[in-house]
Unconditional design. Sequence first.
Length: 142
Amino acid sequence: MKKQDISLGQFIAQKRELLGLSQEDLALKSSLSIEQVQSIEQGLELFLASTIRQKLAKGLKIDNKEIKQYEIKTDFALAKNSQMDSIREAILLNSQNPNFTIECPLCGEKLITRIAKLYDLEDNLILRPKARCSKCPFQLVD
């Protein structure tokens, strides 16, 4: 199959099945949890951290570049500075609201948010809103 015909999860599952491995076997050979392998194969992961990609490649006996070509690439330039500022403000204003959710400006999925508490050299508290997407590589950058 051509790269564009299958997803990352389908590619991993096919390679695993060609080797005659179960998901549990691949998890053991790759030093990953079964949950990680399952989430990749279910299509919940669209891109992988380099360490996970390397572990999977080792377990599947392939080059990690083969895996990388099936990952979804995202253009962070799509998220404009004004969007980043409004996300920061929303996180700061709603940090105490347990039902607060905000969508990723790139893929529309829920952002995972938190507020980092830092101190400057004069011991003044600085609140920095942090966010990352649960599905794509988007991160709120300082």
